[in-house]
Design a protein around this ligand. Structure first.
Ligand code: ZN
Length: 419
């Protein structure tokens, strides 16, 4: 079993040694006499758990900047048009680009919603990151399409049983305005029976919320609840438009609610996310970026900053978003949602860790590391990334990055010209 020793690394203001054995944090303390296969001098470096990006559509990196200044529906139509033509090779390079960006900005695990999953898996496997990949059901109320997707979803699940343990399979319902109730119910029982994550978009826009009230006589949250789809294995992206009753349901069911502030702000979907209310009700609030076609990046440090700014601004309260809770939302809460022993620096947890280089103007003076990280620095301070006990970025270098940038750009241009 290979070992890595992080020598004199700063954890919450205190210098300690950290020994990684295999994929686990084996020991934390004064480990001067221990010999490891690899010793890293961590002078001037802080150790943090890697970020867990709880809502992505990884291959959408290929559509970064392709439809700017458009409202959600117009933007979606443009994206769906392009997605009609996307093939496995495109998905693969889009995912590689997404993973490269995530590693470079300190993310060690992501929850994805897309299709042509085997190609995304190939990218995850090669690049050493951790991921839950959810197959997206989107039948547009067409029974034949639904049957085809269900069949594919089942067969991909069978294939996923041979996957590397870093990667797990799950199912996604795109949203209740694009998927029929029978398919939604099927997804609920399929995931429940197998202990898989059920990933979905809920109440992203006011329009969606009002249409559900007209169509079903209830809000999107109440609609999901009425179909028995909300529990601790459900990950609900957005939930921007929720009323008191919705919050009570999400809390009671312990749903994992993902706030994707940059996507919501940019598509003008809404920004008055009810963080305090959801937390107090018992929901597990996590952070995500959404796909790069809307957000336009996958940067969790930037996400934390915008979340804090928006909460403070709309509530007119500087105390609205305590930084310690923000840090938990960006890593530990995501790990809890995905049922992983990660997102925390403690003996026995998975070695999904990042080293932050504080030797830069952003971190001087060093009164408050977390405030410097979120409000002053940017993701260029992420110096080294360890995932599953393997170093996947060191000194900001990722193996094969030049080829990924070149290929992804070439393929994105090709895709843009198909229409
Ligand atoms: Zn999304």
């Amino acid at each position: 079993m290979s070992t890595i020793l992080l020598e004199q690394v700063t954890i919450k203001g205190e210098k300690k040694d950290v020994l990684i054995k295999g994929n686990i944090i084996a020991e934390i303390g004064d480990l001067k006499n221990i010999k490891a296969d690899r010793t890293i001098n961590c002078n001037g470096k802080w150790l943090l758990p890697g970020f867990v990006n709880m809502h992505t559509h990884s291959s959408m990196t290929l559509m970064r900047g392709i439809s700017e200044d458009s409202p959600l529906q117009e933007w979606l139509n443009k994206i769906w048009d392009i997605e009609e033509h996307i093939d496995g090779e495109m998905i693969y390079w889009g995912a590689k680009l997404a993973i490269l960006e995530m590693i470079k900005s300190g993310t060690t695990c992501f929850l994805d919603m897309y299709w042509i999953i085997p190609q995304i898996y190939r990218a995850v496997e090669e690049m050493g990151i951790r991921a839950d990949l959810t197959y997206v059901l989107l039948d547009n109320f067409d029974r034949e399409k639904a049957a085809r997707q269900i069949k594919e979803c089942e067969s991909l699940y069978e294939r996923s049983r041979e996957w590397n343990q870093r990667c797990r399979y799950g199912v996604a319902i795109h949203a209740d305005y694009t998927v029929c109730e029978d398919t939604m119910r099927w997804a609920g029982s399929f995931t429940k029976d197998r202990g898989l994550v059920l990933h979905t978009h809920i109440s992203e826009t006011l329009k969606e919320n009002l249409e559900d009230k007209k169509r079903y006589g209830m809000t999107p949250v109440q609609h999901f609840e009425s179909l028995g789809l909300l529990d601790k294995n459900t990950v609900a992206a957005h939930c921007v438009w929720v009323d008191e009753n919705d919050i009570e349901i999400l809390g009671k069911r312990g749903v994992n609610v993902v706030h994707n502030i940059n996507s919501n702000l940019k598509l003008a979907s809404g920004y008055k996310f009810k963080y305090n209310e959801l937390r107090d009700a018992g929901a597990n609030v996590c952070l995500g970026t959404d796909g790069a076609a809307s957000s336009n990046n996958l940067d969790m440090i930037e996400t934390m900053k915008t979340v804090a700014m928006a909460q403070k601004a709309w509530r007119e309260d500087p105390k609205a978003m305590p930084i310690s809770e923000l840090m938990e939302m960006a890593s530990h809460n995501g790990a809890v949602a995905l049922n992983m022993n990660a997102g925390i620096i403690r003996e026995g947890a998975l070695a999904d860790l990042i080293l932050i280089d504080t030797h830069s103007p952003f971190f001087v003076p060093d009164f408050n590391f977390e405030a410097n990280l979120v409000f002053s620095a940017n993701s260029s301070c992420v110096e080294t990334v360890i995932c599953d006990g393997n170093i996947i970025m060191e000194g900001r270098k990722v193996v094969g990055e030049d080829e990924i940038l070149e290929k992804a750009n070439e393929i994105a241009w090709k895709l843009s010209k198909i229409n």
